[in-house]
Design a protein around this ligand. Sequence first.
Ligand SMILES: Cc1ncc(COP(=O)(O)O)c(C=O)c1O
Length: 414
Amino acid sequence: MGIKYVNNELYVEGLAVSKLAKKYGTPIYIYSKNTLESNFHAYKKGFGDIDSIICYAAKANPNQNIMTILAKLGSGADIVSGGELYRSLLAGIKPDKIVYSGVGKTAEEIEYALKSNILMFNVESFEELEQINLIAKRLHKKARISFRVNPDVDPHTHKHITTGKHGSKFGIRYEDALGMYIAASKMKNIKIVGVDSHIGSQILEVSPFKQAALKLSKLIDNLEKAKIFIKYIDIGGGLGIKYQKSEVPPSPEDLKKAVMSVYSKYKDKTIIVEPGRSIVANAGIMVGKILYRKVSGDKKFIIVDIGMNDLIRPTLYDAYHNIIPVRKTSKKPVIVDIVGPICETGDFIAKDRKFPMLFRGELIAVECIGAYGSAMASQYNSRLRAQGIVIDGKKVTGIRKREELKDLIAKEIN
Ligand SMILES: Cc1ncc(COP(=O)(O)O)c(C=O)c1O
């Protein structure tokens, strides 16, 4: 079960993609429930023998149906906005499994999270801490917090998804952490419960996680000397996935082993992990139709109905997504750019890619779009956001309706 060819036809679980495209139209996000669940189980199994909480990073794909599937498996959530808190609670995620990261939490969002009794705020600046303390005081509450500490390690990934190096807007400086914890320990409406770091995304080796752990462990030891005792060690998310054949991502168990080689000495602590991409990315494909083909200069183009408004990762992060024909072909691959219909040169899915010059009307599938695909979709060029469906065996569940023209102006005032 999953996403694979059966007799040269691409299937998502028990259903042929060509039939789904015919019935529901294109472009369309199609998810395999089985793959989603087995990715979550890999974390459950990998971290199952230690005291741990898996907090799915909602930003990767906050769709209510996907969040509810994960909530039913016992997932917590890593959130970065009041909107994600709303979605998480609605999906049935327990507040005591919700951690709140992000550099710009507003007063309203902090109040909402305090009233919802979330597990902890991952605080990213001293001014944010003061703001949380003030709001907690007004609400007669004690806010549980950890600091997101920037350990200054290089995760060897794209610069736009590197977050744990000096000069990043995320977290507090490692050198400032002890002083900030001591100051926080004196605030009446703050309860220190954890330490946190998130060093980046699409990380394909575990050594950066271990380097971060070594630094944070020194901090934890210094905190204990200052009589500040924490319960939670949040190791962030960021485990990579196999976008390209050459990429060999570590497993959740490898990640656990790497961090526990440092943290196993703390017998009384709970490890929190915040995976997004590695839970949901390879559970989804985006299926589109070839609209036109053309030649410009010495370049060949295939124009499809998937735009950068549906999948922005290639242009935003130079991201590679494998593209396959929905029906296998004996046509020889040529070098083409596969591009969308949007009026931007940056609207492409693949550049200089070896791909068969299929005919107009034929279907392609873009792989691994489950994470940061629909989550980053927009209506740019007044395009309608695409439909999403989840396949469970032979059962289809619609998880997002295709937008209609009236949705374009639904919130506009004339
Ligand atoms: C604080 C935090 N936690 C977790 C994640 C999830 O990362 P990934 O999807 O790479 O696992 C992110 C992603 O940006 C993040 O910012």
